[in-house]
Design a protein around this ligand. Sequence first.
Ligand code: TXA
Ligand code: MG
Length: 316
Amino acid sequence: MSNICISNQKNIERAAKIIKTGGLVAFPTETVYGLGANVYNAQAVANIFAAKQRPHFDPLISHIAEVDFLKEYAATDERVFALAKRFWPGPLTMVLNRVEENPSIDLACSGLRTLTVRMPNHPTALALIKQSGVPIVAPSANKYQSISPTTAQHVAEGLGNKVDMILDGGACAVGVESTIIDLTGKNVVLLRAGGTAKEDIEEFLGQKILISAGNPDLPTAPGQLLRHYAPKNSLRINVSQPQDDEFYIGFGAIQGDLNLSKSGNLAEAASNLFAYLRLADARAKNGKIAIAPIPDNGLGLAINDRIKRASYKRKS
Ligand code: TXA
Ligand code: MG
């Protein structure tokens, strides 16, 4: 039996009860579906890692519904509040220093001295957080390293009964995960390109953002693993001339078997990306997928980041 429940007031109330009593709820955000738990309940947080088969060195994002809550939770300053005012609710995640010894959130933070926070721009997510009365930690609701879910069905396919309830709020509008910036130092450092364009943050701050090259083997640079978001089939990127036996995902004037955005709109392409990778997985006849070149500006940076990692081949 499916545990997908339509997002309405009654089901959000039930979901909040599940969160409060230590269960797991998958819920929609504007970026991708999250697998949520009460940040202060270490057992529930441990169950997230287990359900996703995610290594414990990879910390989780706390989702909050009120900016004021930040003061209790993390080290803040004017820059943090200005960014929150401009970009929240929305797909921007901030890495901040933790304020006090709070061992109950150690697991969610993978023992780091920093924590990550965002306020999602989705009515279901915001209502769920408010009614739960606690920050909800939520990674994307998929198995570790596989394609992120942008519908409730995707969550059910990947995690099934490992989740107590899946709140169905329809397809995610943004379609790629939040942009993550590190604000623990003087500079602003981009850790993950995502649904908020780097250019927009730079324009707002009036300064350039540094890009972290990241070390895929180091726990202090999580989210930068070389292989991630991966389809089952092999994937080639930046392909203008596909081979006859490749399932070809096009963009703009390049039609392909499926087109991420005929008009070359990067926001539309981002919202289609993960669903199209799943479709390509199902339809590719010879185990091969290719993707047309995508411009590397705006949301294109996030798209290229995802498909680069998705195309990474393990050395065997
Ligand atoms: O859009 C999103 O951000 C979605 C929705 C559900 O909110 N969440 C999401 O979570 O993408 P997840 O766990 O799949 O990705 C969060 C990334 C991870 O790669 C993790 O390594 C990184 O954020 N991260 C979390 N805490 C961190 C920290 N303190 N320092 C550096 N990176 C951190
Ligand atoms: Mg993820």
